[in-house]
Design a protein around this ligand. Structure first.
Ligand code: ARG
Ligand code: MN
Ligand code: MN
Ligand code: MN
Length: 312
């Protein structure tokens, strides 16, 4: 099977340096080699970690409270093109981030490609401690990695091309085809948005109450059979015990096995078209024994499960 790989060392959607080093760390730990040699994928891509420094302007003042708005908009626009090129050819697409703002590009790209290629809307499974659905106005931090879902659903928008106005209807997803898993740290404004738009969300409460097996049945039932699925996995969905090296860790998260199970279940549908792995930051939590190493290892496991490693 063909696999398009996009490696994005971008950290401008939040304030902590270091997530830009994640793709190299994941690749150096052997992830792509395993996907090729053990899982049998034919890899496509330029085998390069993109830092997109050429797209980062010297002056990038806050706009509607967003930090680095021009940079995040320009970089995600470029990512959307790259992902689109893989996806429109029918390749499974893997994006290694970077912070979660890059999902504006990855999902924007697969949404457009899938409309063109299959005439279908995609579903998105967003695995995260956070719902990342702030509007610029509801956000307290101004960090765009807390806003990608708002821009992708059209809940947040801007007329100006250079401030995400490049996102067209064909890049967007519908709120009814979005499912969250793993939530446990949602801002007040986000709760309102989730409620008002009746967005399907399985929090850690639901995982504890029903078990991950039942949660996945319900999540996939909500999406419906035969819908192309984009899986966007924020490593902070995992408990910091498994993934300490991330910018916004929240205790009480998924076990590594629950994270892997989510990915295996999505793979098993046969409808997976793209995977993002984001927010691995190898420079954080070094005080924890082997923190970065463990987080990279967890990230690799997540990706391999999504791409079918546990299939007998
Ligand atoms: N809700 C917070 C914010 O908007 C945290 C977002 C964390 N997002 C993430 N992709 N780790 O700033
Ligand atoms: Mn998160
Ligand atoms: Mn996130
Ligand atoms: Mn398979």
């Amino acid at each position: 099977e063909d696999l398009g790989v996009v490696a994005v060392g971008f950290s401008g959607g939040q304030c902590k340096p270091g997530v830009d080093a994640a793709p190299s760390a994941l690749i150096e730990s052997g992830l792509l080699t395993q996907l090729r040699d053990e899982l049998g994928y034919k890899l496509h891509g330029d085998e390069q970690v993109h830092l997109y420094t050429d797209l980062v302007p010297k002056e990038d003042p806050d706009y509607r409270g967003m930090k680095n708005p021009l940079a995040v908009s320009a970089v995600t626009r470029r990512i959307a093109d790259q992902v689109y090129e893989h996806s429109v050819k029918g390749r499974m697409t893997l994006t290694l981030g970077g912070d979660h703002s890059i999902a504006i590009g990855t999902i924007g790209g697969t949404a457009k490609a899938t409309r063109e290629r299959l005439g279908r809307e995609i579903a998105v499974i967003w695995v995260d401690a956070h719902s990342d659905i702030n509007t610029p106005e509801s956000s307290d931090s101004g960090n765009v990695h807390g806003m990608p879902v708002a821009f992708l659903t059209g809940i947040a928008k801007d007329e100006r091309e250079e401030y995400f106005g490049w996102l067209r209807p064909e890049n967007q997803i519908s709120v009814s085809k979005l499912v969250y898993i793993g939530l446990r740290d949602i801002d007040i404004g986000e709760k309102r948005i989730l409620r008002e738009n009746k967005i399907k969300a399985f929090s850690m409460f639901d995982v504890d109450k029903h078990g991950i097996g039942r949660v996945m049945e319900m999540a996939l039932a909500h999406i419906g059979n035969d819908t192309p699925i984009h899986l966007s996995f924020d490593v902070d969905a995992l408990d910091p015990m498994w993934a300490p090296s991330t910018g916004t860790p929240v205790r009480g998260g998924l076990t590594l096995r629950e994270g892997d199970f989510i990915c295996e279940s999505v793979h098993e549908t046969g409808n997976l078209i793209a995977v993002d792995l984001v927010e691995v930051n190898p420079s954080l939590a070094p005080e924890i024994d082997q923190g970065a190493h463990e987080t990279v290892r967890a990230g690799c496991s997540i990706v391999r499960c999504a791409l079918g490693e546990s299939l007998l």
